[in-house]
Write a protein that binds this ligand. Structure first.
Ligand SMILES: [Zn+2]
Length: 367
């Protein structure tokens, strides 16, 4: 989320090996509706961010369409939707609006689309309530958040930038005041065909994916992206979270889906090769865990120091805080498995250090 960047924009060493995945569709030139298969349309919506697009999908639903994700509330995205409603969607009913998760690029225009069409909003409960609970644009750093950044060893000059993560609210219209609940394994309402809801965790609290086994198609949202690694973060709002275990477990569950399935991701190109991509992402996190552990074996490290080890390149804007969040996610995972322990130092900064047994095995191996 949060800004569209929040989710997946940390420059990571997780670029997919192109040969491992197959991309059956080319990059479209314009934000137009592209037929992926009968009854499945793809719309690559531009975004004014480093991550410059989000893929939206429309699924045939009787005499209309089910919209899957909305795009952010930008003038450009609103104009794209207006041109579609005046053009190829003219006279067509919108049967429902699915937001796979609460992040701004996925839910920003939910209210506009629902109000215009009278269609229901379809979300998992935790995503809907997280959207409602997300703080407004914060001009002052709340004391709780300041404490989180201080404990992480975050430089004071970056903390103000970190607060910018909440400016994503500028990309979201107020949400509709009711929603229809999506439940795991249940059929997706309104849509033609046997589409089922799958749930993933770790990137956001209860991320919905839509899967049609008979057509071998998975709309994966941010749960499986072909070219960038999804951001897995601990945030100031929920500082004791350990999202990486949930994320890795969700990745494993994707292996139950046949490898020939066409994956329609929220960012990047549609692809085949779920199993290869799951393997790449698993390896990516294993490398990050080893790097974090090696850093903590050399000396007790703050989360910020670990983030510099994991993301050594220059980072702009909120990429800093995404890197911090991702580093904490890996540190909390290591702490849970007993590989690191942490304590506050004299200045209130939490230092993580590798456990002795770990240093002698994993630390030497990778240090
Ligand atoms: Zn996201």
């Amino acid at each position: 989320m949060m800004t569209a960047q929040h989710h997946c924009d940390v420059p990571a060493a997780a670029m997919a090996k192109p040969e491992a995945l197959v991309y059956p569709f080319r990059l479209p030139n314009t934000a137009s509706l592209i037929e992926i298969a009968p009854g499945i349309l793809w719309l690559r919506m531009p975004m004014p961010l480093t991550l410059n697009h989000i893929n939206l999908y429309l699924l045939a639903a009787g005499d209309g369409w089910l919209v899957v994700d909305t795009g952010p509330a930008t003038a450009e995205a609103i104009a794209v939707w207006a041109s579609l409603f005046d053009g190829p969607l003219a006279g067509r009913r919108i049967a429902g609006v699915v937001c796979t998760h609460f992040h701004a690029d996925h839910s920003g225009l939910a209210r506009m689309l629902c109000e215009r069409s009278g269609a229901p909003l379809l979300m998992t409960p935790r995503e809907y309530y997280w959207r409602l609970a997300w703080p407004g644009m914060l001009t002052e750093i709340p004391a709780e958040h300041a404490a989180f950044y201080h404990e992480s060893g975050y430089p004071a000059e970056l903390t103000r930038e970190a607060n910018g993560i909440f400016t994503s609210l500028a990309l979201v219209l107020p949400m509709p005041l009711s929603f229809r609940r999506l439940r795991e394994h249940e059929r997706v309402p309104h849509v033609d065909g046997d589409w089922r809801v799958l749930i993933g965790h770790g990137h956001s609290p209860e991320h919905a994916m839509l899967y049609c086994a008979s057509r071998s198609v998975l709309i994966s949202g941010d749960q499986l992206l072909p070219q960038i690694s999804t951001n897995i973060s601990v945030t100031a709002i929920d500082p004791s979270a350990e999202p990486l275990s949930e994320w890795l477990a969700s990745l494993e569950r994707l292996l139950a889906i046949p490898d020939e399935t066409l994956v329609l991701p929220a960012h990047g190109l549609p692809f085949r090769g779920i199993h290869a991509r799951v393997g790449q992402l698993r390896s990516h996190h294993e490398r990050e865990l080893r790097s974090a552990l090696a850093a903590c074996a050399r000396q007790p490290c703050s989360a910020y120091q670990v983030s510099k080890a994991l993301f050594p390149g220059p980072l702009k804007g909120i990429a800093h805080v995404l890197a911090l969040g991702e580093s904490l996610a890996h540190l909390h995972h290591l702490a849970r498995s007993g590989d690191v322990v942490s304590a506050l130092d004299g200045s209130g900064v939490r230092r993580f250090r590798a456990c002795r047994a770990t240093q002698l095995t994993k630390g030497e191996e990778h240090g």
